[in-house]
Design a protein around this ligand. Structure first.
Ligand SMILES: NC(=O)c1ccc[n+]([C@@H]2O[C@H](COP(=O)([O-])OP(=O)(O)OC[C@H]3O[C@@H](n4cnc5c(N)ncnc54)[C@H](OP(=O)(O)O)[C@@H]3O)[C@@H](O)[C@H]2O)c1
Length: 228
């Protein structure tokens, strides 16, 4: 199974790409410019020379076409044009969306949230992809790029996901859980993304207040989730 990270040249996308590739997943890093994707992948392979990374770079459209599962990691302002640009390649695919509507998108603070008409960024992606059969899942919103980049340390965080297709969520969880330390928790329907995405500015605020880069989240006390 090939996993494509759309907008995978930024810290969040590249962190996810590297972690998945280290875990043995075949990964495609997407960019608006193929050349940038190739450069970023070459540098990642150099930086992580101890690992045998199955990772290539492509333009976003090619990455979306080639990937079986897509992960979207672009800023809020780029979300709509990026998703519209790959829409024709999303047919029946799982599309994980890491977009968080931070106030920075409109010149504000990273610890503030902006409300979207659609309810959440993931629902916005789902709306754009309506009619394609794509199964949109809110994922990776609460995992910081610092955690992802802190290789080879395990990531001490749960990954809350939400989506309307149970089978797609199970497949997404199988992929995400390949990253050591992360435990994926299915929170329910896609509408739950409204809550999941709002946790991120809270974590960013905690990181600022307590001078950390590793603020994360663990859910406890739910016995059904504790059966590893
Ligand atoms: N950083 C984190 O810790 C973190 C944590 C949780 C969730 N997230 C979410 O993950 C997403 C990505 O975060 P990030 O920090 O990696 O973002 P970023 O570095 O600002 O952007 C990621 C990539 O998106 C592409 N991009 C940037 N501006 C664009 C534009 N105007 N149009 C089209 N593509 C554009 C760029 O790729 P190319 O130039 O190669 O096309 C860039 O490398 C965001 O929505 C963020 O809220 C981030």
């Amino acid at each position: 199974m090939k996993v494509s990270v759309i907008g995978g040249t930024g810290p969040q996308g590249l962190g996810i790409a590297e972690r998945l590739a280290i875990a043995g997943v075949e990964v495609i890093v997407g960019s608006r410019k193929e050349e940038k994707a190739l450069d970023v992948v070459a540098k990642a392979k150099e930086d992580l020379a101890d690992y045998d990374l199955n990772m290539v770079g492509m333009a976003n459209e090619d990455a979306a076409k080639e990937g079986d599962v897509l992960i979207l990691t672009v800023p809020l302002a780029a979300q709509k044009p990026t998703v519209e640009g790959i829409k024709e390649f999303c047919k029946d695919k799982i599309v994980m969306d890491a977009t968080v509507p931070l106030e920075t998108a409109i010149g504000g603070k990273p610890f503030r949230f902006v409300d979207l008409m659609e309810g959440s960024a993931a629902e916005r992606t789902a709306k754009i992809l309506e009619g394609t059969g794509a199964k949109v899942i809110c994922a990776f919103c609460n995992i910081s790029n610092s955690h992802l980049a802190n290789i080879p340390e395990e990531i001490d965080c749960d990954c809350l996901i939400a989506g309307d297709d149970a089978e797609a969520k199970a497949t997404a969880a199988e992929i995400i859980d390949k990253i050591p330390g992360i435990k994926t928790i299915d929170t329910g329907i896609l509408e739950k993304a409204r809550i999941i995405e709002k946790i991120t500015p809270l974590l960013i605020g905690l990181n600022i207040k307590y001078k950390s880069h590793y603020g994360g989240l663990r859910i406890t006390g739910i016995p059904a989730l504790d059966k590893d």
